[in-house]
Design a protein around this ligand. Structure first.
Ligand code: IMP
Length: 189
């Protein structure tokens, strides 16, 4: 997986598996700008707090908040990851909790991808304990066919098929987060 940062390869290999380009960075940025504008309109004067879920959302969060022009704050939570697997373990554990006080605050949870929805359900339950003024959810990607939990998703960047994806913050066994675009596992070889 060696390439110059300015190139967008059609095919990349990660841990010996082949991935093909699914969403180029330009398309991601266009959608993120739209979501940022919607947030600017809805939250003007409310000083929302963005809560990013580590590690996967760090790039999306960075690009999203650079499209947010109103006053806002941010914090991060870290949940357990898939490890080197491509399917969810079905278990959610917290590795880093909230530092910010969110009672009475307008919270926007920022997720990279909602798959089964278990992580999001867990986060929303945790948020509710802290009595925020409101909670909304923005996820860059959603796999509707994989989602078992009935979770509220207020802004979805892209709905995608139920296949493993990589890049733009999302990893496969911790590799591939630095890819500028979203890639999908290429099962036809
Ligand atoms: P869920 O709890 O099953 O919805 O999974 C949420 C988390 O699993 C996401 O925040 C990602 O970190 C990870 N995840 C889910 N699907 C993928 C994928 O296709 N590629 C990489 N990570 C994924």
């Amino acid at each position: 997986m060696h390439f110059a940062p300015s190139e967008t390869p059609e095919i990349v290999y990660c841990r010996d598996e082949r991935f093909r380009l699914m969403i180029p960075n330009e398309t991601l940025q266009t959608r993120i700008t739209e979501i940022g504008s919607a947030i600017n309109e809805e939250y003007d004067g409310k000083n929302p707090i963005f809560i990013g879920l580590l590690n996967g959302s760090f790039i999306f969060m960075a690009d999203l908040i650079r499209n947010v022009t109103i006053d806002c704050e941010m914090d991060f939570i870290k949940l357990s990851s898939y490890g080197a697997e491509k399917i969810s373990s079905g278990q959610v554990t917290e590795k880093k909790g909230l530092d910010a006080k969110i009672a009475g605050r307008h919270v926007i949870v920022v997720e990279d991808i909602v798959d089964t929805g278990l992580s999001m359900r867990y986060i929303l339950e945790q948020m509710a304990h802290h009595q925020p003024a409101s909670v909304k959810v923005v996820t860059l990607l959603h796999k509707p066919d994989a989602t078992r939990e009935n979770v509220q998703l207020d802004w979805v960047g892209f709905s995608i098929e139920n296949k493993f994806v990589l890049g733009y913050g999302l990893d496969y066994g911790q590799l591939g987060r630095n890819l500028a675009a979203i890639y999908v596992l290429d099962e036809v070889s």
